[in-house]
Design a protein around this ligand. Structure first.
Ligand SMILES: O=C(O)CCC(=O)C(=O)O
Length: 294
């Protein structure tokens, strides 16, 4: 049986799940302390480093370079981690994370993105933004969506810090509470944006905490001003159709050795179409360990 350092975990009780979801819907983000243990965090961080250092992984396009400085050759984001190591797939269905996702999206929930951001002082996604696009736009003279509407959440990110981010110099994610209800992009100014009088909130956290992130909430990664490298793992989940959003840019084939003995639950959350990507893309990349195919 495939063994990785990721634990099975325990689901949260229903009351706690409902409290988390209610805070998340109100603010657009919510911090949940103490989910992963130190062994899991260390294993995920070390595996991220070894994958980013692997020239074959870089050549296959899994490592994205994003920087605002002159150091253009430095890696920043490890993408599609599900195709690279089973421990990332185990994390996808680890409790209490998967139970929370089922409570939000229902039993058909699927992943729609899996990344790790690794950034030092030279890199940050530090401009205020929302992800993808504005899903529910409003005219300028309508200040917000009616608070009685339970706004749909198409997909979300479970942010999993793999290093402590306990003060501003370590580059926390920042959110403007409630701004997912604004129906607007964040204002294009140098000042920190506000929504309904509320200032941005920095998510100070420890490695192994998690926080849920609504992609429509105005946010940014504050610059990392410390000498510590910051690691932020991002698992994204959504309603079943959102998998297509993700798969639309996957050209790789999921290697069979990663899926050895995988449970039905894991296969469903990964999406069964993942196993036949060549039906969508004529030139699927074959992992070097998987020349025989599935
Ligand atoms: O680095 C962060 O904390 C935020 C990342 C971000 O803005 C994003 O992934 O959209």
């Amino acid at each position: 049986m495939y063994q990785t350092p990721i634990k099975k975990g325990e689901p949260f009780n229903d009351k706690y799940v409902q409290e988390i979801i209610s805070d998340f819907k109100r603010d657009g983000f919510v911090l949940i302390p103490g989910v992963l243990d130190q062994d899991e965090v260390t294993a995920l961080r070390e595996r991220t480093d070894s994958l980013i250092a692997d020239k074959e992984v870089v050549k296959a396009g899994y490592v994205q370079i994003v920087t605002r400085t002159e150091r253009l050759d430095e890696p920043y984001i490890l993408r599609h981690t599900n195709e690279l190591d089973r421990m990332f797939c185990d994390l996808l269905i680890r409790e209490p994370i998967i139970g929370l996702m089922e409570a939000i999206f229902g039993p058909d929930v699927q992943q729609c993105g899996m990344n790790v951001l690794r950034n030092d002082k030279s890199k940050a996604i530090d401009e205020w933004h929302i992800d993808d696009d504005l899903f529910f736009p409003l005219p300028d003279d309508i200040p917000r969506h009616d608070a009685r509407i339970d706004m749909p959440i198409f997909w979300l990110t479970v942010q999993i810090p793999l290093t402590d981010i306990e003060s501003i110099e370590y580059g926390p994610t920042e959110f403007v509470p409630g701004s997912h209800n604004s129906g607007k992009h964040p204002p294009n100014t140098d000042d920190s944006p506000q929504f309904e009088g509320r200032n941005p909130v920095s998510i100070f956290c420890k490695a192994g905490d998690i926080y849920l992130h609504n992609p429509q909430c105005w946010h940014r990664g504050a610059p990392n001003q410390s000498d510590h490298v910051r690691y932020l793992l991002q698992n994204q989940y959504g309603a079943r159709w959102t998998f297509r959003r993700y798969n639309a840019y996957v050209k790789q084939k999921m290697p069979s050795h990663i899926l050895e003995g995988a449970s039905n639950r894991m296969l469903e959350v990964l999406d069964r179409m993942q196993f036949f990507p060549e039906q969508r893309y004529p030139s699927g990349y074959i992992h070097p360990d998987d020349k025989v195919g599935m």
